[in-house]
Design a protein around this ligand. Sequence first.
Ligand code: NDP
Ligand code: OXD
Length: 311
Amino acid sequence: MLLMHLSDVDEASWTAKLRAALGGYRVVQRGEAFNPDDVRYIFVWKPKADAFDGLTGLKAILSLGAGVDALLKHPALPDAPIVRFVDTDLSQRMSDYVVAHVTMHHRLYTRFRADQKARRWTQLYPPAASETTVGIMGMGVLGQDAARRLLPLGFALRSWSRTPKAIEGVEGFAGAEAFDSFLAGTDILVNLLPLTPETTGILNTETFGKLRRKLDGGPVIINAARGGHQRETNIASALNDGTLGAASLDVFETEPLPVNSPLWDIENCYITPHIAAISNESTGVRYFSQIIRDHEAGRPLINVVDRTRGY
Ligand code: NDP
Ligand code: OXD
């Protein structure tokens, strides 16, 4: 049996589609009558405190989110394997966000928008893409897809990951000891890391000060991963004092971003409400129903979270 436990998304719609995809396999929602001992899989997003109560026969936890940081902090998380969402549609959507914001900043949008407001005609030529280095933190599923889509646009690319990566056209840096060298050649910093104890607060004053100051207006950060990666007071100061030229933020320390956050009023801060990439129902149903079918047929689970690494 599959138990649905999706908060803040249309659980009924996912349930109907999973029932159709899984044929006779039983799929139940929280309010329905069922024996918790019979639940083999639970499909979660923002699980409540009692989500896992009584699930003695659990074989796997299926996470609608690609990021599992919040799930791993659940106080009653059972010891079952966690399968996270990995999907080409999700990657495409995230790369759409990354490419849009990288190209916007590369073409000095902040500067020309300010000039337009001031009715100022000042010709300033943006550098060629090849003269602008995009540094991607996190070279996993999403980081690699973003790199693959930025490469044909001509940007110089570098990446930072925990373990070394050899990706054609991308200069790889790995480990804490290589972080400063990675930053020193980066004009536009894109964050696609998972949120772990090691990466919490990584977007801070010290990091910003180590970025290359080549792009007109100053280096730029783009955070589409987790709000826990950023120190928002540091970002506000860096945007106001010119340490950063601009910031594109899709995620925040507190979501929704509180109305009194100073970030709302900062001209060179581009805010979106955690919409960089949404998990798509039709591809998600295909992915998770296949996971269940395969596992029920004795095949191994894929995309299982490594709990010791935290992602
Ligand atoms: P992956 O697990 O595939 O990739 C994670 C990458 O980060 C890997 O390259 C890993 O290194 C690297 N990494 C992890 N820890 C460190 C560290 N301490 N130092 C350096 N590198 C590190 O994740 P995804 O690409 O699938 O997703 C990334 C994140 O994006 C998710 O965790 C989620 O938080 C966020 N996200 C946000 C969405 C949004 O709408 N805003 C939507 C979907 C995801 P290595 O390769 O060596 O293991
Ligand atoms: C995710 C998200 O992790 O939407 O999938 O943030």
